[in-house]
Design a protein around this ligand. Structure first.
Ligand SMILES: Nc1ncnc2c1ncn2[C@@H]1O[C@H](COP(=O)(O)OP(=O)(O)OP(=O)(O)O)[C@@H](O)[C@H]1O
Ligand SMILES: [Mg+2]
Length: 238
């Protein structure tokens, strides 16, 4: 497995947001992490990259224990998170945002230039708008920039938190096509998404979270044909 976490838990003060999570992602897979609002999906992704206080029996990435490792070291090893909510640097240009994503490579390196050229091929709108302030892009364009910025560091594993949130249906298709294309290019993906149907369409496997725990897991086909996903969402609304 490229990534495996066992007995992962996240506490915010007295709030036990996530507990007992065992999750694994194999090289080349798209794995969906599903669940209703507040189930603990973002907390799980953030804990893997050390952004929230957590503890775990183990978190292994590419054969190495990464518990407590600083984010920059994780990025250098090929583990990158695209956080929820299209966090681009609004007052910087598109290209400056991409530069920050590739800071571990160095702006003068060949790898940086190669990645930039590749991403501009993948996201023509970002090439066109490279000099424009990121804050003036549309929501869909900002989401493309957020993903592109994560891609600048050449991740082996991309953790994607709600890439389609708040996007128009037409843009949503673009984002899902992009995710499928990233996988074809060799990127492994752990995908948190509210759009269950589209996620299970592109994912190999999935986990379903409810109230901080994993309540089901299986192949995308198994999850599609069972009622457990539906129940996990309805249960949280009850
Ligand atoms: N910084 C925080 N401080 C206190 N509680 C938090 C914090 N962040 C999240 N929580 C709580 O932890 C639980 C899990 O939240 P989390 O954001 O991980 O869920 P989620 O599955 O990503 O939800 P959503 O679909 O709304 O993004 C929720 O009950 C939430 O209120
Ligand atoms: Mg979330």
């Amino acid at each position: 497995m490229l990534l495996s976490a066992s007995a992962l838990a996240v506490n915010y003060g007295a709030v036990e947001a996530v507990r007992g999570i065992d999750i694994a992602v194999g090289e080349g897979e798209i794995v969906a992490l599903l669940g209703a609002n507040g189930a603990g999906k973002s907390s799980t992704l953030n804990a893997i990259v050390g952004l929230v206080p957590s503890h775990a029996k183990a978190i292994d990435f590419a054969g190495e224990n990464i518990v407590g490792m600083p984010t920059e070291h994780l990025v250098r090893r090929g583990l990158t998170l695209t956080p929820e909510g299209r966090r681009v640097f609004a007052s910087l240009t598109v290209e400056e945002n991409l530069l920050l994503g590739g800071y571990t490579l160095g702006a003068k390196s060949a790898a940086y230039k190669d990645n930039l050229a590749q991403l501009f091929d993948l996201f023509p709108i970002l090439k066109e708008r490279r000099g424009q302030l990121a804050g003036t892009l549309s929501g869909g364009q900002q989401q493309q920039l957020a993903i592109a910025r994560s891609m600048m560091s050449s991740p082996k594993l991309l953790l994607l938190d709600e890439p389609s949130l708040g996007l128009a249906p037409r843009i949503l298709e673009t984002i899902f096509e992009l995710i499928a294309r990233l996988r074809r290019d060799g990127v492994t993906i752990l995908l948190v998404e509210q759009n269950v149907a589209m996620s299970l369409e592109i994912a190999d496997r999935g986990y379903v979270m409810a109230s901080g725990s994993i309540v089901a897991s299986g192949t995308a086909a198994e999850l599609e044909s069972s009622h457990i996903v539906e129940q996990a969402y309805l249960g949280a609304q009850a």
